[in-house]
Design a binder for this molecule. Sequence first.
Ligand SMILES: Nc1ncnc2c1ncn2[C@@H]1O[C@H](COP(=O)(O)OP(=O)(O)OP(=O)(O)O)[C@@H](O)[C@H]1O
Ligand SMILES: [Mg+2]
Length: 154
Amino acid sequence: MEIVSKSSEHTYKIGKIIGEKLKPRDILALIGDLGSGKTTFVKGLAEGLDIKNPINSPSFLIIKEYKGKYPFLHIDVYRLKNPEIELFNIGFEEYLKDDYIIAIEWADRILSYLPDNRLEVEFFHIGNAERKIIFRPKGERYKNLIEELKECLS
Ligand SMILES: Nc1ncnc2c1ncn2[C@@H]1O[C@H](COP(=O)(O)OP(=O)(O)OP(=O)(O)O)[C@@H](O)[C@H]1O
Ligand SMILES: [Mg+2]
């Protein structure tokens, strides 16, 4: 499923609609170049999850935890040189076993460490203010989620 986002507000709103539908243990793998809209989308997710604290880019922190409707982890692996070792060091495996919702920027760098069931979201620049957003649901849970998103957008 593909959406052309016409503005950062549009990307934010799509994130918010999805955020409202997320449940603990949902995993979102966000893929796309610098400035393609991943963090903008995560800010929308956070609003949909009733998170009051502002979402910053966690580039220097790698991982940041927020509390809203459910516990939410925002991870950015851009700076990881050895994802296998560094993810182990931050206790990523333990987070996966817990009741978090997890969104990961630059997830293409760690796809092999992620559960097979996940929602992949890829962002492409197509203009100054336009982005193509491709949703690739892996597993029944995420196929249903994307069907719900389509209904909301139609
Ligand atoms: N349609 C759009 N969707 C999202 N962002 C847009 C759009 N049009 C313009 N922008 C702008 O593009 C930038 C996207 O930045 P954002 O931090 O969300 O990207 P990112 O993918 O997280 O980048 P990084 O890889 O550096 O973390 C913002 O400055 C935003 O205002
Ligand atoms: Mg970002």
